[in-house]
Write a protein that binds this ligand. Structure first.
Ligand code: PLP
Length: 433
C-alpha cells in the first residue's frame, strides 16, 4: 500500500513538472495534480491508481468504441510492428495494411466516397480536407473559391485550419490570430443562405459540419436541415464536408452519421472510431468523382502529406477494429442500447424538473439542465463529481449558457450496465439539488 502511494506521489510530481496536458486547466493541475492516473481498461470500465473501477460513459474521448482491453488489437499491432513497423507512403510507396484499410473504408462509406488520404487524427483530417477543396477549385480554374464555412458550436480540432473552422469561441480567443477565410453560421438554413449571399458563392470552397455536434454539446440538427444544406451546396457549387470524427463507424447507429439524414457528402473526415483509439489514425475520404478530377487535372505532386499518413501499425489495428465491429454486429447493439439510453434519459427528465432537454441518436446522447442564467454556476460539473463518487465518469459541456451532460458509451455496453449508468446519473442529478 505504501509503495502504491509512493508511486502515485512520484507520478503526480513528474506529471506536474513535465507533462503539458491537452485542453486542460494548467493551474488546476499544479494545485491538485492529475484528476486520474489510469492503469487498466476492460470493456466499458477503467481502473485508476486509487484502485477505483469506473464506468467510462464517453468511451474516453468518444473513441474507444469497441471498449477497452481487446487483446486482438494488441496482437494485430504486435504482428504488424514485428513484420514492418514503418515505411513511408510518400512518393507512391505503399504497403498492404494501408492499401487494405483504404479499400475496407470504401466498403463502409455511402455513395462513391471511396478514396482515402490518411492522417494521424481528426484535426489533420480536417486540415487536409480544407487544403484539398481549395486545391480542387484551383485545378478547376476557380482559385478564388477558398472560403470555408462552418457552424457555430462545431468542433473540428486544433490544427491551424481545424481550429479556425471550430465554432467554439474559446479555441479562438486562446491566441490572437486564426487562419483567414473561415466563416461561421448559426445552425439554420437562413443563416447559411445569408452568408452565401453576402460573401458570394464564387468565393466559397466548402461547408463543413458534424452530422451531430459532439463537443459543442451533442446538438442534433433540426428536421430537414442537412437535406436543405445538400441542395444549397449543389446549387452554389460548394463542396460539403461531413466531419464524422465522432459519428463515423457506427456511433449514431449507421456507418456514418449523415446517413441518418439521407444525404451523401462530397468529403468525409474521420478518426477516433476507425481504430477505437487503440492507435492514432484519421483520414479524409473523397468521392470517386473528386478523386478522378484531381488526378486527371493534377500537374506535379499532391503537395500534402504527413510522415504517419497510412502508418502500417495503425492501419493494421484499424482493420482489426472494423472486423470486430462487423463480426460482432456491434452497430446493432448501438441501436438497441441507444434506444435504452434515450428511454432512460426520458425517465430521468420525468424525475428531475431541472432537466430541460434530453436527446440521443445511437449511442450519442445528452441531458441538458436548466442553467437559468449565465451568471448562475452550472450544475453539470457538480453532477460529474457526484457521478464519480458512484463509479461513473461522465462529461459536462458548459458554455454559451449550456449546461449539458454528454454521453457516448462503448458499443459493447449491455442492458444491465446501461441501467446502472442511468441510475447513477439520476442519483447524481438529485444529489446536487
Ligand atoms: N472533429 C470532431 C468532430 C471531433 O470531435 C474531434 C475531436 O474530438 C476532432 C475533429 C479532432 O480530432 P483529433 O483530436 O483527433 O485531432
Amino acid at each position: 500500500m505504501i509503495k502504491k502511494n509512493q508511486l502515485k506521489e512520484e507520478l503526480t510530481e513528474l506529471d506536474k513538472k513535465h507533462f503539458i496536458h491537452p485542453t486542460s486547466n494548467m493551474k488546476q493541475l499544479q494545485e491538485e495534480g492529475p484528476s486520474f492516473i489510469f492503469t487498466e481498461g476492460d470493456g466499458i470500465y477503467l481502473k485508476d491508481m486509487e484502485g477505483r473501477t469506473l464506468m467510462d460513459s464517453l468511451s474516453s474521448l468518444w473513441n474507444v468504441n469497441i471498449g477497452h482491453g481487446r487483446k486482438e488489437l494488441g496482437e494485430a499491432a504486435k504482428a504488424q510492428m514485428e513484420k514492418l513497423a514503418f515505411t513511408s507512403t510518400f512518393s507512391n510507396w505503399s504497403h498492404e495494411p494501408a492499401i487494405r484499410l483504404a479499400a475496407e473504408v470504401a466498403k463502409w462509406t455511402p455513395g462513391d466516397l471511396n478514396a482515402t488520404f490518411f492522417t494521424s487524427g481528426g484535426s489533420e483530417a480536417n486540415d487536409t480536407a480544407f487544403k484539398t477543396v481549395r486545391h480542387y477549385w484551383k485545378l478547376k480554374g476557380h482559385p478564388e473559391k477558398k472560403k470555408i464555412i462552418s457552424r457555430k458550436k462545431s468542433y473540428h480540432g486544433v490544427a491551424m485550419g481545424s481550429t479556425s473552422a471550430t465554432g467554439i469561441p474559446e479555441f479562438h480567443t486562446f491566441t490572437e490570430s486564426i487562419a483567414p477565410d473561415f466563416y461561421y453560421v448559426d445552425s439554420t438554413i437562413e443563416s447559411l443562405k445569408e452568408l452565401i449571399e453576402k460573401e458570394g458563392a464564387d468565393s466559397i470552397a466548402a461547408f463543413i459540419s458534424e452530422p451531430v455536434q459532439g463537443s459543442g454539446g451533442v446538438n442534433l440538427p433540426s428536421e430537414g436541415y442537412f437535406e436543405e444544406v445538400r441542395k444549397i451546396c449543389d446549387k452554389h457549387h460548394i463542396l460539403l464536408i461531413s466531419d464524422e470524427v465522432i459519428c463515423g463507424f457506427g456511433r449514431t447507429g449507421t456507418h456514418f452519421g449523415m446517413e441518418n439524414f439521407g444525404i451523401i457528402p462530397d468529403i468525409i473526415t474521420m478518426a477516433k472510431g476507425v481504430t477505437s483509439g487503440y492507435a492514432p489514425l484519421g483520414g479524409m475520404i473523397i468521392s470517386e468523382k473528386l478523386h478522378q478530377e484531381i488526378y486527371e487535372k493534377a500537374e506535379g505532386n499532391f503537395w500534402h502529406g504527413y510522415t504517419y499518413s497510412g502508418h502500417p501499425t495503425a492501419a493494421a489495428v484499424a482493420l482489426k477494429n472494423l472486423e470486430i465491429i462487423k463480426n460482432e454486429n456491434l452497430i446493432d447493439n448501438v441501436n438497441r442500447m441507444g434506444e435504452e439510453m434515450l428511454k432512460g434519459f426520458k425517465w430521468i427528465q420525468e424525475q428531475n424538473k431541472q432537466v430541460i432537454d434530453v436527446r440521443g441518436i445511437g449511442l450519442l446522447g445528452a441531458i441538458s439542465i436548466d442553467r437559468k442564467s449565465a451568471d448562475v454556476a452550472p450544475v453539470g460539473p457538480k453532477v460529474v463529481a457526484e457521478a464519480l463518487k458512484r463509479g461513473l465518469i461522465c462529461r459536462s459541456v458548459v458554455y454559451d449558457g449550456q449546461d449539458t451532460l454528454a454521453f457516448a458509451p462503448p458499443f459493447v455496453i449491455n442492458k444491465k450496465q446501461m441501467d446502472e449508468m442511468i441510475t447513477i446519473v439520476d442519483e447524481s442529478i438529485r444529489a446536487v439539488n
